[in-house]
Design a protein around this ligand. Structure first.
Ligand code: PLP
Length: 384
């Protein structure tokens, strides 16, 4: 059994499926929303049949408690000023901050977008690593903002001394420093000491955006959330999402935790597109710690199993603290991605400059079996 919550899911998704057919939802929209060139249109059946290991989603989906809360919230579908499950207060309580330190976004993607819009005005630059979550850099590019992107170190870790030097050197022009922790696509962490070193070494008024999308999957005790820096009044914005551990990627909810003044700069740029259903879903997800623990345990066990299997075939895996792993194929990744697709397995896109690495999300046991079968068919044992 892939999920602990099979029964009511059917009821909920049954309702969603008929709503989708009423709206004549086409899967082509699913692709185009990612900003990619539309590929061949997949039918709904084809989409459903793929092992979807490309976007680091939570393939188990939201738990029973969250589905129930969202289903009940449909009664507010026709309202503007509806009860919202006290989502902002619940997030504030969860982190021990004030509601004024919380800003909701339609996914943490909106938080990153708005941070770029608000903080990169007036020819400001963003300082960060490459590769990292490149959607942020795409947004900066769209805003015509310069980016100072430092390569990763030989062991794929982020170059904290380099980030410090670049920030200090360009101090007057830096809009913010971007730290993805754990990093996507490499899956490794920046330690709490490194975060402290960075914050202590750069001018206090330079904001640091710390993207903790994969926080819930970290095991390494050297990692810690950076939320406490917000309580200290540091110019730190923490971005979190309900898309990963809570399985709500398609519903769009994320948030920022930051000092009130920083959020005041961001608020005017928000689109206000968060819906009633996901606000209730998010509030329920925060409370269902058992469901989160279940997803985490399953995912970490499968991450380990997959890494061991790949390493056993002679393909090095970057040790991951997330719900995905990056494996060194020792050959160009693009054709391999196409081969996986032909076999019904969607894997991550290329992440320049790491063009011989494949990123694969950790899905359900059945999906990971399909991935490993396809991997063995596509790739021979590597010479170690
Ligand atoms: N940040 C990182 C590091 C991500 O990997 C993602 C999505 O994959 C996001 C932010 C955006 O997630 P969402 O907008 O669904 O919250």
């Amino acid at each position: 059994m892939d999920t602990p919550y099979p029964v009511t899911r059917r009821r909920f998704f049954g309702g969603m499926a008929s709503a989708a057919s009423l709206l004549a939802l086409r899967p082509a929209g699913l692709w185009s929303q990612q900003g990619q060139a539309p590929r061949r249109q997949n039918t709904l059946d084809e989409y459903d049949a793929f092992a979807k290991l490309s976007f680091n989603e939570n393939n188990y989906g939201p738990p029973e408690s969250v589905l129930k809360a969202m289903t009940q919230a449909f009664k507010y579908a026709n309202r503007y000023g509806y009860p919202d499950g006290d989502i902002v207060q619940e997030i504030a309580k969860h982190h021990g901050v004030e509601p004024s330190n919380v800003l909701l976004g339609a996914g943490s993607g909106e938080i990153l977008d708005v941070a770029c819009t608000a903080l990169l005005m007036d020819d400001r630059k963003v300082v960060g690593s490459e590769p990292s979550y490149n959607v942020l850099y795409s947004t900066a590019t769209a805003l015509k903002a310069d980016q100072i992107k430092l390569p990763l170190l030989k062991d794929y870790r982020q170059d904290i001394p380099g980030l410090i030097r670049a920030t200090r050197k360009n101090y007057r022009d830096v809009g913010f420093v971007y730290l993805c922790n754990p990093n996507n696509p490499t899956g490794n962490i920046v330690t709490r000491q490194e975060v402290a070193a960075l914050l202590n070494a750069i001018p206090e008024d330079v904001p640091v955006l710390i993207d903790e999308a994969y926080h819930h999957y970290v095991e390494d005790p050297a990692y810690a959330t950076s939320v406490p820096y917000v309580l200290e009044g540091r110019q730190v914005i923490i971005a979190r999402t309900f898309s990963k551990i809570s399985g709500l990627a398609g519903m769009r909810l994320g948030y920022a935790i930051a000092p009130r003044e920083l959020l005041q700069r961001m608020r005017p740029h928000m689109t206000g597109t968060i819906n009633a259903i996901v606000k209730w879903g998010g509030a329920a997800a925060l409370k269902d710690t058992a469901a989160q623990a279940w997803v985490r345990t399953e995912t970490l066990a499968l991450r380990k199993k997959t890494s061991v299997a790949l390493e056993g075939m002679g393909y090095p895996v970057i040790p991951s603290e997330t719900n995905f792993v990056m494996v060194h194929l020792k050959r160009p990744v693009q054709p391999v991605i196409e081969e996986f697709r032909k076999k019904g397995v969607l894997v991550g896109r290329p992440f320049p400059p790491m063009l011989e690495h494949l990123r694969v999300s950790i899905g359900t046991p059945a999906e990971m079996d399909r991935f490993m079968v396809a991997f063995r068919e596509i790739l021979p044992r590597a010479a170690s």
